[in-house]
Ligand binder design. Structure first.
Ligand SMILES: Nc1nc2c(c(=O)[nH]1)N[C@H]1C(S)=C(S)[C@@H](COP(=O)(O)OP(=O)(O)OC[C@H]3O[C@@H](n4cnc5c(=O)[nH]c(N)nc54)[C@H](O)[C@@H]3O)O[C@H]1N2
Ligand SMILES: Nc1nc2c(c(=O)[nH]1)N[C@H]1C(S)=C(S)[C@@H](COP(=O)(O)OP(=O)(O)OC[C@H]3O[C@@H](n4cnc5c(=O)[nH]c(N)nc54)[C@H](O)[C@@H]3O)O[C@H]1N2
Ligand code: SF4
Ligand SMILES: [Mo]
Length: 813
């Protein structure tokens, strides 16, 4: 995709602002979505037109959004204007030191920088919350008022009333980092004035993050490098779609290398014939969403019945496989083998026929798959994070992990743990010191909205509150930096409206973003931070055999009145009397210099000065060894026990048995010591299916990174927003390719075009997540935003987001 003169012209046209009755309307060219700005002063500036006479500079920067990759950009700048964006074209692209090539999104960066939706200056709400009426204010006014309100919230309700919301738009940066909250400039500011309510886990992986460690112990469950798949005979991907969710050239190269070096066979289990099936798959097994635990149980049934499990491994490294290895206190009949064979309390053998009714996979295919997995030595079993983003996702993630355990594939070359592939090597670059949060209380990344609505109901056993038995304050002040998770990415958008719109509940919401997002409509102060192309910073990342740092040059001056998050937080710190402690007398660049010195101690091969590093652009380091998860444990379990209470893999988890007795759950939810299959409400077996016959998921899509890039029309042209629907389901409804359809349930309505395709199984539809919520005057979404259809029901154990557990109806609009 090439940038061109004609699109420059288009940019300028699309950015022209409308002045209506004295108020400027910051409106989108694509969405009937706008805010009215009163007291706007002169019209909002459009992008400066390049004069064409100045000298062209090429500066390195990156695309550092949250897509699981970070890519290098070579930004062409003339007279202070970006004229073109290329990507890494240096070196010989040898595997292990490969080019950090950007996907079409990163290459569209120029369009995002000069987007019509960029916020021009600080704004203060004047209408009702959610109404979209703002007035222009100065930075000093913004700092003064936000400082006053923050002080007020802390004095009245305590520091635990201040929440840092999830936001991953600048995940890759160092000074500009937006997630995890504890590593952000906002956290440093808050920690200087007594701290804030934190969150645990993330919208990406909540159920696997919280659930799977009950199997392996510790925190995050590790996986082998993807590159290690080259040593596998077979790879089985449960809802893992790296070809679309890891789109950088760097990571695509690893996947291709791993798949084709020794021609490893790849089976993909997914409701959709995903881009990963297209690019590296040998076979697609369609499965109904949320039922992977049932499939895993039936695979185990075949393996156990046919004596194909690795008994020596199970005896040495695990507890709870059979009755003999159950931990003390576990009741008789509660072992995994008993559950699978039907000797447990439910008396149901988990046969392929049983699983077939749930998953939609023919019994014979399940039997064959069990033999294939057990027979492949070694086998790389992994799961993406789509499957666990469901109501029963915690058990689902452990159930898939069980397949690696049963077959003894853990801790060996070419094997894996059943978790997602390892994220890759990283260089130990210094982070901006954000100090310690004096507040230890945490809620989950997803159930924060309950703390606005009724914090008194939130305890450790009802809502997974950590660090305290119960919340002691409502959320009264929200910092929302580089995130669209107030509404668009959070879920249950129509149900969130009354919670956010009520100014008596959460008293202050501060959104700091580059762009006018759907979440920004609910803010009291809309502050504009710069894009990473407008400030100096660095971004570091890596993959299986490579780690790197991209030095982000300041390519252009910030558009409008944008400031860096560092400067914004310093401004508020001044109002709170902690500016000197916040800045320690340094500018952002001086911090980078100090952090660079520190980084050079850990990575001495880095160029001697930061200035040289910025010129160099990218620094790469090759790591020849594939990472093998839990290798030490496998080699010597006595010397290197797992971080679980028993030191072993806990197939039966005594800790979960305890939680099952003490936690209060919602109807139809369960916590079970074994990784049992638990039918989802709104799953394929749900009674509600009579009214709402189709399961709805929302896969991560190449057009966008979540909602970011959603406003780039180049990308909309290449990958339009569409509802994936099988020809059988479409035919029954008279829907043809390209027809406008209405997708709806009791929670909301969305209109979108239909992609009628056999690439999705019958009974399931997918509306790619991230499209910008664009309600019409009656409140119905007109832009295919899946989160008007998802629900506010935290999962049982992780209290996470069940984004892929929905039932809907679809009809021709
Ligand atoms: N239904 C459904 N919902 C989902 C998911 C799903 O699978 N289904 N997935 C969930 C997941 S996994 C995640 S991680 C979340 C992601 O949710 P978010 O973290 O909210 O991700 P984005 O929508 O990309 O929002 C990032 C914001 O950062 C801003 N931004 C981008 N670049 C910059 C920059 O350089 N500087 C600054 N200051 N701001 C910048 C963008 O304008 C954007 O508003 O969504 C979740 N929502
Ligand atoms: N292009 C692009 N890349 C991205 C992102 C993006 O928005 N756009 N977001 C990034 C982020 S923050 C994250 S967290 C990751 C997310 O990575 P994932 O969570 O792995 O992505 P998803 O698309 O939600 O799910 C992966 C696959 O699982 C399938 N699936 C859904 N439900 C089920 C199920 O119940 N069982 C099975 N077996 N399969 C199922 C989906 O059809 C999809 O193909 O992607 C990252 N990469
Ligand atoms: S969106 Fe594309 S260019 Fe940007 S980091 Fe991800 S893969 Fe790279
Ligand atoms: Mo994510």
């Amino acid at each position: 995709m090439q940038d061109s003169k004609s699109s420059e012209k288009k940019d300028a046209l699309k950015r022209r602002d409308v002045i209506k009755g004295g108020a400027a309307v910051l409106a989108s060219a694509f969405f009937p979505f706008s805010i009215q700005i009163f007291n706007a002063g002169e019209a909002i500036a459009g992008p400066p037109a390049p004069s064409g006479t100045g000298e062209e500079k090429i500066l390195w920067n990156s695309c550092n959004v949250n897509c699981g990759s970070r890519c290098a950009l070579r930004v062409h700048v003339r007279d202070g204007v970006i004229t073109q964006v290329e990507t890494d074209n240096t070196g010989d692209d040898q595997y292990g030191l490969q080019q950090l090539r950007a996907c079409p999104r990163g290459r569209s960066m120029r369009q995002r920088v000069y987007a019509k939706e960029r916020i021009p200056y600080p704004l203060r709400r004047i209408g009702k919350r959610g109404e979209g009426k703002f007035e222009r204010i100065s930075w000093d006014e913004a700092f003064a008022e936000i400082g006053k309100r923050l002080r007020g919230a802390i004095d009245t309700y305590g520091n635990e009333s201040v929440y840092l919301n999830y936001g991953t738009g600048a995940l890759g940066s160092t000074m500009g980092k937006s997630w995890p909250p504890a590593q952000t400039a906002v956290a440093r500011l808050m920690n200087l004035v007594g701290g804030y309510l934190n969150h645990y886990a993330d919208y990406s992986t909540c159920q696997i993050t919280v659930g799977m460690p009950y199997l392996y112990g510790g925190g995050w469950v590790d996986g082998n490098s993807l590159s290690d798949m080259e040593n596998s005979e077979l790879a089985v991907f449960f809802g893992n779609n790296p070809s679309e969710t890891r789109m950088s050239g760097c990571k695509a190269k690893t996947l291709q290398h791993a798949r084709f070096t020794r021609n490893t066979r790849v089976i993909v289990i997914d409701p959709r014939y995903s881009d990963t099936v297209v690019s590296v798959g040998d076979e697609w097994i369609p499965i109904r969403p949320g039922t992977d635990a049932a499939l895993s149980a039936a695979l185990a049934y075949v393996m156990i019945s046919e004596d194909r499990v690795d008994k020596a491994f199970l005896a040495k490294y695990t507890i709870g496989y059979d009755e003999a290895s159950l931990p003390e206190g576990a009741p008789a009949g509660s072992s995994y083998a008993s559950y699978i064979l039907g000797h447990g309390p439910d008396k149901t053998p988990k046969t392929p026929a049983w699983a077939s009714r749930i998953t939609g996979i023919p019994p014979a295919r399940i039997e064959k798959l069990a033999r294939e997995i057990a027979g492949a030595k070694p086998c790389f079993i992994c799961q993406g994070w789509g499957p666990q983003r469901t109501t029963n996702g915690e058990n689902l993630s452990r159930a898939v992990g069980m397949l690696a355990v049963l077959t003894g594939n853990v801790g060996i070359r070419g094997g894996n743990t059943g978790a997602r592939e390892n994220a890759g090597y990283k260089l130990p670059m210094a982070l901006f010191p954000t100090l310690e949060n004096p507040v230890k209380t945490e809620v989950s990344c997803f159930n924060w909205y309950q703390a606005i609505d009724d914090y008194t109901k939130m305890t450790a056993t009802t809502a997974g509150v950590r660090g305290r038995d119960r919340l002691v304050a409502p959320i009264k002040f929200i910092w929302n930096y580089a995130g669209n998770c107030l509404t668009n990415q959070h879920g249950g958008i129509n149900q969130m409206h009354p919670i956010l719109a009520d100014e008596k509940k959460c008293e202050t919401i501060v959104v700091i973003d580059t762009t006018l997002t759907p979440s920004a409509r609910y803010t009291d102060f809309l502050l504009l931070s710069c894009m990473n192309l407008e400030e100096h910073d660095w971004t570091s990342d890596g993959d299986s055999n490579i780690a790197y740092v991209i030095f982000d040059n300041k390519c252009i001056d910030p558009l409008g009145e944008a400031r860096s998050i560092y400067d914004i937080c310093a401004g508020v710190a001044r109002e709170l009397g902690v500016e000197a402690q916040f800045t320690e007398g340094r500018t952002q660049y001086q911090w980078l210099e100090a952090l660079y010195e520190e980084s050079r101690n850990a990575v001495p091969e880095l160029p001697p000065t930061l200035e040289e590093a910025f010129k160099m652009g990218v620094f790469k380091k090759h790591f020849p060894e594939n990472h093998i998860a839990y290798k030490d444990f496998r080699e010597d379990p006595e010397a290197h026990p797992l971080p679980s209470p028993s030191g072993k893999i806990e197939i039966y988890s005594p800790r979960l048995a305890e939680l099952a007795k003490t936690w209060t759950l919602q109807p139809e939810q369960a916590i079970t010591p074994l990784p049992e299959y638990i039918p989802n409400p709104e799953g394929p077996e749900g009674a509600e299916r009579k009214t709402w016959p189709l399961q709805l998921i929302g896969h991560h899509y190449k057009q966008r990174t979540h909602s970011t890039y959603g406003n780039c029309w180049w990308l909309q042209e290449v990958a339009p927003q569409e509802l994936w629907i099988n020809p059988r389901d479409a035919g029954a409804r008279g829907i043809r390719l390209g027809d406008k359809v209405k997708v709806f349930n009791e929670r909301g309505v969305s209109f979108v075009k239909a992609k009628v395709t056999p690439r999705i199984m019958p009974g399931v539809v997918s509306l790619p997540e991230g499209a910008w919520h664009t309600p019409d005057s009656s409140g119905q979404d007109t832009n295919g935003c899946v989160n008007v259809l998802t629900k506010l029901l935290p999962t049982a154990l992780a209290k996470g987001n069940p984004h892929h557990t929905n039932l809907v109806q679809v009809e021709k609009a």
